[in-house]
Design a protein. Structure first.
Lengths: 618, 493
């Protein structure tokens, strides 16, 4: 009896108005509907966000905004992600099989919509807006062909659905009496950093300080830059970082200062932001009072987050750099990140070599910033200093900005201008996971039938030619090896002031950052030197140079970066003028001094000659 | 006299250069002020070697007072200086009670650890800077009872007898100790202050044995810079500044961080703005009891049970149940330096938690800052009829620790403390707050924005009187008109 009373008291305490009010999200309960508009509790069919969310929000319009759906795919701009070897062009995007293959290649890292709708992959609002989305279940649905169930699978953590064969079943008892999904279970909200981290990069909240990060293409942004977004201190992490005890800085100062991804990558028509924006307002006004009405925004929240947010939107850089000589010049030539992301304390991909993948389809990888295999938690992570490359921003200004460079080698069919599909490449290389007999003489040095890491290198013309032949044999019409260099801008992982570059010598000295050699690759398949991909806004600030050992480096110079760097740059004519000026000054001083000496002597002599005469006249 | 034109030209040029330089300098922004706490540090007194002293009384130093008499031959005023301090009187502040002014202090207040020294003098006064305080009749006017050695022994041999009313242990070589005297070390202060509550780390939360030779992560002042206690508690004529909220209520005679540091030392507008609202300690003491667990709860009502297998840090028959915690995040409250105090005889509501002391201040009090506290929760004996807390006799003949008889302990304690006892007792919950000022962490470990602000932060902003997190809603000093701008200016004040 007393147990029942206790339970009742507990229940009452949970259901007090304060408790329920504190936990209740602002978003109301949602009637989940299928693509015909029928409540899913009645039909048992997959959830349609267009029908469910679309009841209040203009999902059709939202799907057309931003790049989360189409990822920028256009008639002349195919999608190619060298990290995971995923390729899709406009023509392929009309082929459901190609789209399904692409979804599998990117491991379901796609919010749905646009071309994904060809395989039932509707734009998934829930993956970004649920408090606790089940991204794993959603990805499995997308990659394993149950694409139409992907949105429903996202709800797995809410307890509203449970797996049922290849699909999902709704747990009606957990819906409201009106058949709606309770707001308390959904927790629909503005996307958190963790929401974005599901696809973009490694994100850790303040509650997870002692984390270990190992390389994975699940976090492509971290993979290509080494940057982890977390408010925690680096010294609190479980990473084996060089100089860790001194790294009392947060992984990302903005995260530590309570800013989330959505703070900078915000909806352009968010009224709370528009109201305080100072741009585009008459001079006589301190603030712009007009802003989109809340209901307008909620109906059509603009999901175009593509425009790169500018540091200057929030920071008044000119006000806080009084100490900096030639302040305007610095701000004109350098993006903020050049000094405020002085070092990345993580490992980043340097090379992704798809020329001879493993039997399981893995590329040969090289990382920068790790003293050994970054996949081993015991490996010392040294981090790396990004290379400063001139980058043109949306306003046409070219400024130096920090980047990582990743070199990629991969086979292309010149006939289609598409990368050779990975299955074809594997078929060409292997038969039952053993090196193909035709290739064995060239590749299999130890004759064990398996290609070790050292054997999976295109380091002889024989290997290249043999593989080319095999590619033709599996149907690649005109195989050729392509090498490209991709710059990955470092805009995150910003350091606090004390950890930013303040030392003039780091740029204005003989060992200037702008002239420091940046390793590109330790080995070049077929000796092919990669070229910088276009349309990234960045350009190389120096020449690529092969070292004697075969490694490739970028040797930047300030001049090629478009700057004359006091203390580091030289101009021959300036040196010549200075030499002549010095010579002239010395000559002038000698001449002047000499003349004065001569004159002085002459006056002395004249005075000596004149003295007897004067005495006589006295 | 006619000046040559070249000389005039040279003078004009020099003038232009000088004026130009002055003009450029005047337009440069002022250099930021530099926080230079070292410039405010006291110079420590040099050690004066006493090792050849006391030859004439070498055979006569048999008791503590013998040593004191020997000291006073040269340091004539020393005992009287000590006798003016709370180290001697165990009182300090005065409060109004029923129209009378009452001196309060450790001497006559109740707490929720060992509760009261009254009736338990010989045990509690082991930490008195004097000799022989074994009952209410101790002679506070006798200078020979001042214990010089407890603060000035540098031999490490001196110690007081447990339950000996402050007398030296029998085996102490008083001559050797007397000849070792010098400037107090952390050991002298720590013997009592690190062991408050009857054992290492029990009471304070920010003072324990890990501070004898602390790592800088425990206390940056002592660990990194080798501070002694008196480097902050700068002593003059034996009067030490500093006060404990457990035994006082006013805001005078304090040691403040700003005695050495600037009040806006961060060189960062937003952080410096915090100092109007947040005590330095709040960010710079992120955790208490860093290396050694401190007592957080004490339930006297469970005492008296036979639990032979119990961990002594969880249960003792003589004391009841405890909860110790290590590296604990403090609790936070507004505090303007003053506090309330439960006084003997104050009525309580036994169904709710009785605060033994509460910091005064709230969000509207401009003098109040958000402070970190150790909050010790107790369950202690009270008179169910008179509804006030009792001061039980625990130590010695008839004490609870000997006879395990609460009724007898309550009666004897009531007699000694001047309270009436109805004959019926119970146990009531209490709470005692201990503001934290020691165990200052290195700056690299100070709290960051995210530790307090944002979801999951350690501050309960609504309980502190804010509508919403001030990082987003604006600080307490922002005028309503300024609130609109606060979204762009930010700042939590």
């Amino acid at each position: 009896m007393s147990r029942h009373v206790l339970l009742l008291l507990l229940l009452l305490s949970v259901l007090t108005p304060e408790a329920t009010q504190a936990k209740r999200p602002l978003h109301p309960d949602v009637l989940l509907r299928d693509d015909s508009g029928t409540p899913v509790l009645d039909s048992g069919r997959p959830v349609s966000t267009a029908r469910s969310c679309g009841e209040c929000h203009d999902t059709a319009w939202i799907a057309t905004r931003g790049a989360h759906a189409d990822l920028g795919l256009g008639p002349k701009t195919p999608l190619f992600d060298p990290v995971v070897y995923a390729f899709l062009d406009a023509e392929q995007s009309r082929d459901p099989a190609a789209v399904q293959g692409w979804l599998a290649a990117v491991d379901g890292r796609h919010a749905g919509g646009a071309f994904a709708e060809r395989v039932g992959g509707e734009l998934d609002c829930l993956v970004c807006h649920l408090a606790d989305p089940d991204d794993g279940a959603r990805r499995r649905a997308l990659t394993e062909g149950a694409t139409e169930w992907a949105i429903t699978a996202t709800l797995a953590q809410t307890g509203l659905v449970e797996p049922d064969g290849e699909g999902w079943r709704y747990r009606g008892s957990r819906f409201t009496d009106e058949g709606k999904a309770p707001a308390t279970r959904l927790g629909l909200t503005r996307p958190t950093d963790e929401s974005c981290g599901q696809c973009h990069g490694r994100v850790e909240g303040p509650e997870h300080r002692a984390f270990v990060h190992l390389p994975t293409d699940r976090h492509p942004r971290t993979e290509t830059t080494g940057v982890i977004v977390s408010p925690a201190r680096m010294s609190d992490s479980a990473q084996n970082l060089r100089g860790k005890t001194g790294l009392s800085r947060p992984w990302d100062v903005h995260a530590e200062r309570l800013l989330g991804c959505a703070t900078c990558h915000a909806a352009p028509n968010d009224p709370t932001r528009v109201a305080v924006a100072e741009d585009d307002r008459p001079e006589h006004l301190r603030a712009r009072a007009r802003s989109p009405r809340l209901e307008e925004f909620l109906r059509r929240p603009d999901h175009d987050f593509g425009a790169s947010p500018r540091c200057e939107s929030c920071h008044a850089a000119e006000r806080v750099h009084e100490w900096l000589p030639y302040r305007e010049r610095h701000l004109q030539k350098l993006e903020c990140a050049s000094c405020h992301v002085p070092r990345v304390h993580g490992a980043a991909r340097k090379v992704t070599d798809w020329s001879v993948p493993s039997p399981t389809g893995e590329p040969r990888l090289e990382y920068r910033g790790a003293q050994g295999d970054p996949g081993d938690p015991a490996t010392l992570i040294e981090g790396y200093e990004p290379v400063l490359l001139p980058r043109r921003d949306a306003e046409g200004r070219e400024r130096l900005a920090p980047h990582n460079l990743m070199a990629t080698w991969y086979w292309v069919d010149d006939a289609t201008q598409r990368p050779v599909p990975l299955p074809a490449l594997r078929r060409a290389l292997y038969r039952d996971d053993v090196v193909h007999p035709v290739l064995a003489p060239a590749f299999d040095a130890d004759g064990d039938g398996h290609l070790q890491e050292g054997e999976r290198r295109l380091d002889t013309p024989e290997k290249e030619e043999a593989l080319r032949e095999r590619l033709r044999a599996v149907g690649v019409e005109s195989p050729s090896l392509r090498a490209e260099l991709r710059p990955y801008a470092l805009n995150h992982g910003v350091a606090p002031r004390a950890f930013s570059t303040r030392d003039c010598e780091s740029c204005h000295g003989p060992a200037s950052r702008l002239a420091r050699v940046f390793p590109v690759a330790d080995f070049l398949p077929s000796g092919l030197v990669p070229t910088l991909v276009e349309d990234t806004g960045a350009r190389l600030s120096g020449g690529l140079e092969r070292l004697e050992q075969g490694a490739l480096v970028l040797r930047p110079t300030p001049e090629q970066a478009g700057v004359f760097l006091l203390g580091a740059s030289r101009r021959d004519w300036v040196d010549a003028v200075n030499r002549w000026a010095l010579l002239l000054v010395i000559s002038g001083v000698v001449l002047h001094g000499g003349l004065r000496l001569v004159l002085h002597s002459a006056r002395q002599r004249a005075a000596t000659l004149a003295r007897p005469a004067e005495e006589e006249s006295r | 006299m006619r000046q040559s034109p070249s000389l005039v030209l040279a003078l004009v040029l020099v003038l232009v250069v000088v004026l130009g330089t002055a003009l450029v300098q005047s337009q440069k922004p002022p250099r930021p002020t530099v926080d230079d706490p070292w410039s405010r540090m006291p110079h420590r007194a040099a050690h004066f070697d006493h090792s050849t002293f006391f030859a004439d009384v070498a055979g006569e130093l048999e008791t503590g007072p013998d040593v004191t008499r020997a000291c006073l031959r040269c340091h004539e005023d020393a005992a009287h200086e000590v006798m003016r301090t709370s180290h001697w009187s165990w009182t300090g502040d005065h409060v109004e009670r029923d129209g009378e002014t009452v001196a309060i202090g450790k001497k006559n207040l109740l707490n929720n650890f060992c509760i009261s020294i009254e009736s338990n003098w010989p045990a509690c006064t082991t930490c008195h800077a004097g000799y022989g305080w074994r009952d209410a009749d101790f002679d506070f006017s006798d200078p020979t009872r001042v214990d010089c050695l407890v603060c000035h022994d540098t031999s490490g041999q001196y110690r007081k007898k447990g339950g000996g009313a402050g007398l030296p242990a029998d085996d102490v070589d008083l001559l050797a100790v007397a000849r070792s005297v010098g400037v107090p070390t952390r050991d002298n202060c720590g013997r009592c202050h690190f062991n408050g509550g009857g054992g290492n780390a029990v009471k304070h939360g920010d003072l324990d044995g890990s501070m004898y030779f602390p790592h800088e992560n425990v206390d940056v002042h002592m660990g990194r810079h080798d501070f002694l206690c008196q480097d902050c508690h700068q002593t003059r004529d034996h009067e030490l500044p500093g006060r404990s909220m457990s035994v006082s209520v006013s805001n005078t005679n304090r040691v403040r961080c700003t005695d050495c540091h600037d009040d806006t030392p961060h060189g960062h507008d937003r952080l410096d703005a915090h100092t109007a609202t947040v005590a330095c300690q709040t960010c710079h003491i992120p955790y208490m009891a860093v290396r050694t667990p401190t007592k957080m709860q004490w339930d006297w009502s469970k005492a008296g049970e036979d639990r032979p297998d119990a961990d002594p840090h969880e249960y003792l028959k003589i004391k009841g149940e405890f909860l110790y915690e290590e590296n604990v995040a403090p609790e936070y409250a507004w505090y303007d330096g003053r506090s309330t105090r439960y006084l003997k005889g104050d009525r309580i509501d036994p169904t709710s938690v009785t605060p033994m002391n509460e910091p005064i201040g709230d969000v509207d009090d401009p003098d109040a800052r958000i402070w970190p506290f150790k909050v010790h929760r107790g369950m202690q004996i009270y008179d169910t009829e008179y509804e006030y807390l009792l001061a039980p006799k625990t130590y010695g003949e008839g004490g609870y620790w000997k006879d395990f008889d609460w009724d007898q302990a309550a009666r004897l304690g009531a007699e000694a403390s001047g309270l009436d006892y109805s004959g019926s007792y119970g146990f009531a919950p209490t709470r005692m707050s201990w503001p934290l000022s020691h165990m200052v962490a290195p700056v690299e470990e100070a709290l960051q924005c995210i530790d307090c602000h944002g979801p999951g932060g350690r501050m309960d902003w609504q309980a502190l009187g804010y509508g919403v997190d001030p990082a987003t809603g604006g600080g307490r000093f922002l005028a309503p008109a300024a609130l609109a701008g606060s979204r762009t200016e930010g700042g939590a004040r």
